[in-house]
Design a protein around this ligand. Structure first.
Ligand code: IMP
Length: 502
């Protein structure tokens, strides 16, 4: 007869944290939000990969490309670049992140002198960047002829056919610096000349990159940037259980720092086979696996050699797996069950396997709950899709700005490898995700800072200065449906102007 679990499965919104004593040590500036990503012998050694904030971005087309990966790593987190694309294009994205030099960037808006104002506007709309380099051949490495910034043209007074060569700021009037200029020197030149960007050129006058005043300031002001030993940004990559024999070697070659098996149901022999194949050839490569929702799934993947384990089935905002297949578990219950199994595994083996809570984070306080319940870090899709840096279009819908966000199991992404049924493959019999919009939320840096300020405030209230301490001390209570009502503004007539999204 079927087994029925005694406890019903619950979501984050059904829990609250009871505060502990807050002491002088519990102030936001003293909180360490770093988290391990790779299993390790806790107490004897350090995890070989740690992130500086407990956030990773979802393995999704609408979320994790190179642009978001750069923005997130600069804030201390890590992206897993989506795998539902060709091996070549995924590797190209990884390479772009690894090549990114904080402070000196390859120009991604480039024009040739014969391009028109219409082309400039089109490029501006596409990249959102106000500065474009004008090179002889219109490439990022061509001979630099000038720059076009939004100060160089006035749309209302000029014809869209006007040639770039007639209104660009020509090279003779630009301040440039030779290849080999250090970031510090570049910054001094920017300050001394009161300019906003400095092109770096080689001995033949070809463009090497641009240094932006604002980027340098960001770099100096951000101590959390996630960098490898060569000071390159850290980036992960999604993989699947079908083409790992070609994808994994290519991703390693491209420089991926960690891999993550991307599957809606990770309790499968396909994950075992993939993990064994990778670990036997690349024992030092970090590979996460999942997703699972209970102790059995955890134990299976732990025994197969997973370096971290991802939790969550059916809780994603765009996910309809539970409706379609009737499998899954409330995210809070899943995290609690897997964390209990992880702690048991640690006691038995001395090996601590980091856990990632994947999907279902709606409010910022859900992040604090996920951590308190035993997750070491969170994977977020909807959350990151809302920011400027996500790869999708920003649109005006019904008077509000939104960004597109679609599931990997939607018809739009058709990521059949993620929804692998072990059959011949190559097609999806039904959808497990939807295509949607999410409210636009500005820059990733601002959003992440606000969310983490809340997480830190919660940790202070719970008398904790690190995620580990938070997990050990957390006291949680299940809330009744009426106390959920009590938790929001109630029994007042709220002013329209005060109803902002929180
Ligand atoms: P979110 O942060 O709640 O938007 O959830 C993101 C997570 O949902 C991802 O990391 C995946 O685990 C999962 N996911 C992505 N696409 C789909 C889909 O189409 N169906 C079901 N789950 C999905």
């Amino acid at each position: 007869m079927a087994q029925i679990f005694e406890q019903e499965s619950r979501t984050f919104s059904e829990y609250l944290l009871i505060p502990n004593l807050t002491t002088e040590d519990n102030t936001p500036d003293k909180i360490d939000l770093s988290a391990p990503v790779c299993k390790y012998r806790k107490g004897e050694e350090e995890s070989k990969l740690k992130i500086n904030i407990p956030m990773v971005s979802a393995v999704m087309q609408a979320v994790s490309d190179d642009g978001l990966a750069i923005a997130l790593a600069r804030c201390g987190g890590m992206s897993f670049v989506f795998q539902s694309q060709s091996v070549e294009s995924q590797c190209e994205m990884i390479r772009k992140v690894k090549k990114y030099k904080a402070g000196i960037v390859a120009s991604d808006s480039n024009l040739s002198p014969d391009d028109t104002l219409a082309k400039v506007l089109e490029l501006h709309e596409k990249t959102g960047h106000g500065t474009a380099a004008v090179t002889e051949d219109g490439t990022a490495e061509g001979k630099l002829l000038g720059l076009v910034t939004t100060r160089d043209y006035r749309v209302s007074r000029m014809s869209p056919d006007e040639k770039v060569s007639t209104f660009m700021t020509p090279i003779e009037k630009l301040v440039t610096a030779p290849e080999g200029t250090s970031l510090k020197e570049a910054n001094d030149i920017i300050w001394d000349n009161k300019i906003n960007q400095l092109p770096i050129v080689d001995s033949q006058g070809r463009l090497v990159g641009l240094v932006f005043r604002k980027d340098y300031e960001f770099h100096k002001a951000n101590p959390h940037e996630l960098l490898d030993s060569e000071k390159k940004l850290i980036v992960g990559a999604g993989i699947n259980t079908r083409d790992y024999e070609t994808r994994v070697p290519a991703l390693i070659e491209a420089g991926a720092d960690a891999l993550c098996l991307d599957s809606s149901d990770g309790f499968s022999v396909w994950q075992k086979q993939a993990l064994e194949w990778i670990k036997s050839r690349y024992p030092d490569v970090i590979v996460g696996a999942g997703n699972v929702v209970d102790a059995e799934g955890f134990k299976y993947l732990a025994d197969c050699g997973a370096d971290f384990i991802k939790i969550g089935i059916g809780g994603g905002s765009i996910c309809i797996t539970r409706e379609q297949k009737g499998i899954g578990c409330g995210q809070a219950s899943a995290v609690l069950a897997v964390a209990e199994a992880r702690d048991k595994y640690f006691k038995e083996t001395g090996v601590y396997i980091p856990l990632c809570s994947d999907g279902g984070i709606v409010h910022d306080y859900h992040m604090a709950l996920a951590l308190a319940m035993g997750a070491d870090f969170m994977m977020l899709g909807r959350y990151f899709a809302r920011f400027d840096e996500s790869p999708t279009r920003k649109l005006l819908v019904g008077g509000s700005y939104v960004k597109e966000y679609w599931g990997e199991g939607s018809n739009r992404a058709r990521n059949w490898q993620r929804y692998d049924d072990g059959g011949k493959g190559g097609k999806m019999a039904f959808e497990e995700g939807v295509d949607s919009y999410v409210p636009y939320a500005g820059s990733l840096k601002d959003g992440v800072e606000t969310s983490l300020a809340k997480v830190k405030a919660t940790m202070c209230s719970c008398g904790s200065s690190s995620i580990e301490e938070f997990q050990n001390k957390a006291r949680l209570v299940v809330v009744s449906s009426t106390s959920i009502v009590e938790g929001g503004a109630h029994d007042v007539i709220q002013k329209e102007s005060d109803r902002t999204a929180r």
